[in-house]
Design a protein around this ligand. Structure first.
Ligand SMILES: *[C@@H]1O[C@H](CO)[C@@H](O)[C@H](O)[C@H]1NC(C)=O
Ligand SMILES: *[C@@H]1O[C@H](CO)[C@@H](O)[C@H](O)[C@H]1NC(C)=O
Ligand SMILES: *[C@@H]1O[C@H](CO)[C@@H](O)[C@H](O)[C@H]1NC(C)=O
Ligand SMILES: *[C@@H]1O[C@H](CO)[C@@H](O)[C@H](O)[C@H]1NC(C)=O
Length: 395
């Protein structure tokens, strides 16, 4: 046997036998929902597909897909020995969702299929929940100016001419009410205006927001399984076409959520909560949190995750996607390690409604934190992670 093979063999054996899963924190985005934008019909003369559910609600397809996730995670956590085949207690599995319908219903679908007959409680607040609510907290004028400057800087770095040309074509934008009645006719030259105010979500008005809202609808239509002639009126028939517009959606999210000054402020309550739960003496074995893309973007930025790429997905923070923090115990060297994966279903798998199982798992993409360097198996020392968490709590 050559030496390289021996090394490989040792690595392989180590990852399978010596590591035991001790604790998991899952930060999820809700699953497929109906489009959020109120002004879609102003963007195009074309008729949008009709949805059964109310605006911004989880759809039946979304509940089905989130159920698949629940069933998969339940099996995986049992396989790793963290849960048993009995109904979990709250000390074993604690479920906490933001108060919006789509987050509560997503979490409910996850537990209903993952733990049928167990009556796992989905905890949530009745009103807006300050832990999840992605609003700006800092009331100072200096903060507002800094945030606006950083957003403007991100805006200036975008170069989206060909994307705007494409989306104008798809929408037949020149014939839209926005153009005919409001004189907003050119996505390339109309102005993007960022807004920052304490107590509100950071936002942006203008072409990028319009484009992102339309694309959000196309993405949800596609997951939902609308006929291919109905998804973007048949104008996104292949991957190449999707990639010709998707940077508009990515750019929008990048501007409003991915500046350090915004992320640091907006995600602070959630990161603090997550850090405290991860460091608690007697934490729930599995903590399942259900929020929004705004939560995932800002948490990833605040915690200092390195850029990542999700294969087989157009979204950077896919519907139903989960950041899975895992605490592993290495029996041999007697040390704890952290591993973090982005776990999500492929666009195609969601559209076709593929059921997940241990044999057909969701996609796992390894994530890495600045400040917690991973080894070649994707693990970083828990000690280093703990230092980061302590810093987040005291920030
Ligand atoms: C779950 O709740 C239902 C309805 O409230 C009840 O009939 C059932 O016994 C409960 N199951 C468990 C395992 O507690
Ligand atoms: C608010 O923002 C200003 C300017 O960035 C900063 O100096 C201050 O520390 C922030 N306040 C809080 C409570 O974070
Ligand atoms: C954007 O935020 C500003 C300030 O908070 C608010 O007045 C405005 O209504 C918001 N616009 C949108 C489209 O959400
Ligand atoms: C956030 O911004 C950084 C650069 O500042 C970039 O490398 C990263 O890809 C962005 N993340 C997302 C999710 O867009």
């Amino acid at each position: 046997m050559d030496i390289q093979f021996l090394i490989l063999l040792t690595l392989f054996t180590k990852s399978n036998c010596d590591l035991v899963l001790k604790q998991v924190l899952i930060l999820s985005r809700h699953n497929v929902r109906t489009p959020l934008a109120k002004n879609l019909e102003l963007m195009t003369p074309k008729i949008w597909p009709v949805w059964k559910e109310k605006r911004g609600y989880l759809t039946a397809k979304g509940a089905l897909l989130e159920g698949f996730m629940g069933a998969y995670f339940s099996k995986w956590l049992q396989k790793e020995g963290l849960l048993t085949d009995q109904c979990p207690t709250e000390q074993e599995l604690y479920v906490y969702a933001n108060s919006a319908q789509r987050t509560v219903a997503s979490a409910q679908a996850f537990v209903d299929d993952g733990f049928p007959g167990c009556n796992v409680t989905v905890h949530s607040q009745t009103n807006s929940d300050p832990i999840f609510n992605p609003i700006v907290h800092n009331k100072t004028a200096a903060y507002k100016q800094e945030a606006l400057d950083q957003m403007q800087k991100k805006l200036r770095l975008l170069s989206l001419k060909s994307c705007y040309d494409q989306i104008e074509k798809i929408l037949d934008y020149e014939q839209s009410k926005l153009c005919l009645e409001q004189g907003k006719c050119d996505l390339n030259t109309d102005k993007n205006q960022p807004y920052v105010a304490a107590g509100a979500k950071p936002n942006l008005t203008g072409p990028l927001k319009i484009s992102k809202s339309a694309i959000d609808s196309f993405i949800m239509e596609n997951y939902e399984g609308f006929h291919s002639n109905e998804v973007a009126w048949g104008m996104l028939p292949n991957e190449q076409k999707w990639y010709s517009i998707i940077d508009l959606s990515r750019g929008y999210h990048n501007v409003i959520f991915n500046t350090t000054v915004i992320a640091k402020d907006v995600a602070k309550p959630l990161v603090k909560y997550m850090s405290e739960m991860l460091l608690k003496d007697d934490p729930p074995k599995v903590l399942f949190l259900m929020g929004h893309d705004a939560n995932i973007y800002t948490v990833l930025n605040l915690m200092g995750f390195k850029p990542y790429y999700l294969e087989k997905q157009y979204e950077v923070t896919p519907a139903g996607g989960k950041i899975v923090f895992q605490k592993w115990w290495d029996k041999k060297i007697k040390q704890y390690f952290l591993k973090v994966n982005y776990v999500y279903q492929s666009t195609d798998g969601m559209r076709k409604g593929y059921r997940l199982s241990l044999e057909y798992p969701p996609e796992f993409t390894l994530l890495e934190l600045n400040g917690c360097t991973i080894n070649n198996e994707g693990y970083c020392p828990w000690q280093d992670f703990k230092k980061l968490l302590t810093k987040f709590i005291s920030a």
